[in-house]
Design a protein around this ligand. Structure first.
Ligand code: ATP
Ligand code: MG
Length: 565
């Protein structure tokens, strides 16, 4: 990233209709990346101007519903007006300054979007968190991030209070609530009474903007820091690389506000294209609510984790007539080809996969018009040179399995996280030769499509074979008795380690003889995939351990198998 001294302004015309080609000169390195960039003033406020000039379709910029008849619709102008008020609350009332850190733990309510935009206007660094965090999780996040302000709901305020005495740096607590609580400022009242006069602060393109805690699938969550450029400017450069959007699209992503997916899919990327962000507050992830919402609102793009689609295909989808759904995208975990097929046969719609990380944003994807290969995560996203490499950072040829890596030298591509905060050791561990290593294993085919094999630590080595858990899980889920499964290594005196499957059974099979079911499942895997992958051990469980994001914690099951704590 080589910034120039010029301030970057997105000309309104550039952002409308066929503009994106104009970024070609940035993309090709003919023009230097600007030194200054702020997503609020350089993108959102420009859309507001386009809207005022009548050059944007009349759909809202933000559209929120709660399923009980309440609805919020904002144009870009309204979003600007309200977020300036919030910026004044944060700076004038709370005394926050550029570079200060704020933890934002809100469910899917409109205030989340207002606070995010306001923080950008004021240069405050946002740390999103999910509402499912416990007091202990909040304590960990407050302490390691050194945040001075927290914004949450009355539901989580007691949890914050129970640990606040251990967080000396925490000065301001703001609550989005109709009620009041000692020691807390009432966000809603304060911002409604504020002036909407606020001039957006000037930020350098590398200035920190958001710190994400990773999912913690493999250990304590790490703090991955992103800049104005890596999240806000990258989509301007990488064109329609996974969301093929225009200002008339209506995009709904069901992920929790705490994860990078929501920041990308329900904030930066649709707004770069001037699209409408649709949001349902979804207090619980309920299939019927999701399916009915798709029938009642003109949502054309649906994004979610594979668990969402796994859940939806359990329903009789022929009962639902979606109003306008055209594009379905799944990311965050591997999607089983079986689920993809069921969804397609019932709705006629394909599911495109996207592969990414908190650290890197979108790394691979299947985008508009691309051929879909079930079981593949698509091709490298623009700006990223994605390769399969070996232990010594040598690039492996197509068809060979290795680690998924992104070229990081000589130029660190825009889109990369800046670092793991306060953890230079972990940051250094991701570097190998000219590459950043993702920690995931995969294969690239002759056409540049990537297939996910598994996380490095999840690979099972049995009698010399390398087995990715996902291939075995995919085979298992094709059996009618299997709702879900997790495959890990288990000790074996002869083979070193063997494949073990933890299986959640469909209720229809709960009374089937377990012994014969096990051999049935084993035979099924042997027939569906290479026989050496079949699970020599099978255990039936009620549920699988998962992260709050819904990812299977294979490491927890593996540790138990190996008697590690
Ligand atoms: P931690 O790093 O704290 O252990 P995490 O890696 O799960 O947690 P995230 O950054 O949320 O945290 O997840 C990124 C990881 O999720 C990727 O490295 C990959 O293992 C997995 N992943 C994401 N998208 C896909 C996908 N489409 N297919 C397969 N795996 C995916
Ligand atoms: Mg990770």
């Amino acid at each position: 990233l080589k910034p120039s001294n010029k301030t970057f302004h997105v000309h309104p015309r550039l952002l409308s209709s066929d503009v994106y080609s104009q970024y070609e000169s940035f993309r090709q390195g003919k023009q230097e990346i600007p030194k200054y960039f702020n997503f609020a003033s350089d993108v959102l406020d420009k859309w507001s101007e386009i809207e005022k000039a009548g050059k944007r379709p009349s759909n809202p910029a933000f559209w929120w519903v709660n399923g009980k008849g309440e609805e919020v619709k904002w144009s870009f102008e309204e979003l600007g007006f309200l977020s300036r008020k919030v910026a004044n609350v944060l700076t004038k009332e709370c005394g926050l300054q550029k570079g200060d850190r704020l933890i934002l733990i809100l469910p899917r309510i409109p205030e989340w979007w207002l606070v995010k935009v306001a923080c950008m206007r004021a240069g405050i660094v946002i740390i999103p968190g999910t509402s499912q965090l416990s007091a202990k999780d909040i304590l960990y996040r407050l302490q390691v991030s050194k945040a001075t302000c927290i914004i949450t709901t009355d539901k989580l305020a007691p949890a914050v209070d129970s640990v606040a005495s251990q967080c000396q740096l925490l000065k301001t607590k703001l609550m989005v609530s109709k009620g009041s609580r000692e020691g807390w400022l009432n966000f809603t009242e304060m911002y409604q009474n504020q002036s909407a006069d606020h001039s957006c602060i000037k930020t350098k393109i590398q200035d920190p903007m958001i710190i994400f805690f990773t999912s913690g699938t493999t250990g304590f969550p790490k703090m991955a820091q992103h800049s104005q450029g890596s999240l806000g400017f990258r989509p301007l450069l990488s064109e329609r690389y996974w969301l093929d959007l225009t200002p008339s699209n209506v995009v709904w992503n069901t992920a929790d506000t705490g994860w990078i997916l929501t920041s990308i899919a329900s904030f930066f990327d649709p707004w770069v294209f001037g699209s409408c962000i649709f949001m349902h507050n979804l207090p619980q992830t309920d299939s019927a609510v999701i399916l009915n919402t798709l029938c009642r609102f003109p949502i054309d793009t649906l994004i979610g984790a594979p668990t969402l689609f796994r859940m939806l295909v359990q329903n009789d989808l022929s009962k639902y007539k979606f109003m306008n759904l055209k594009y379905c995208i799944s990311g965050g975990e591997p999607l089983n080809p079986e689920v993809m097929e069921q969804w397609k046969s019932q709705t006629g719609l394909e599911i495109c996969e996207v592969y990414g990380q908190t650290e890197m944003g979108v790394i691979c994807s299947v985008y508009g018009g691309m051929k879909i290969k079930p079981g593949s995560m698509g091709k490298a996203a623009p700006l990223y040179d994605v390769q399969i490499i070996d232990k010594n950072a040598n690039i492996l040829p197509p068809g060979q399995q290795g680690e998924i890596a992104i070229r990081s030298k000589p130029i660190r591509p825009l889109g990369f996280f800046s670092e793991y905060l306060d953890n230079p050791k972990k940051t250094a561990e991701t570097e190998r030769g000219d590459f950043y290593v993702t920690g995931d294993r995969g294969i690239m085919d002759e056409e540049g499509y990537f297939q996910f094999i598994g996380r490095n630590d999840d690979i099972i080595i049995s009698s010399g074979y390398r087995i990715g858990p996902f291939e075995v899980e995919n085979a298992l889920i094709e059996h009618p008795a299997v709702v879900e499964s997790a495959v890990v290594s288990s000790p074996d005196p002869l083979r070193g380690e063997v494949v073990k499957a933890f299986v959640v059974l469909s209720p229809n099979f709960s009374s089937t003889d377990k012994k014969s079911l096990i051999s049935d499942l084993q035979d099924h895997v042997k027939k569906t995939t290479a026989p050496y992958k079949y699970p020599r051990k099978v255990e039936f469980v009620k549920e699988l351990p998962k992260t709050i994001t819904g990812k299977i914690k294979r490491n927890e099951l593996r540790d138990k198998e190996w008697g590690r704590t």
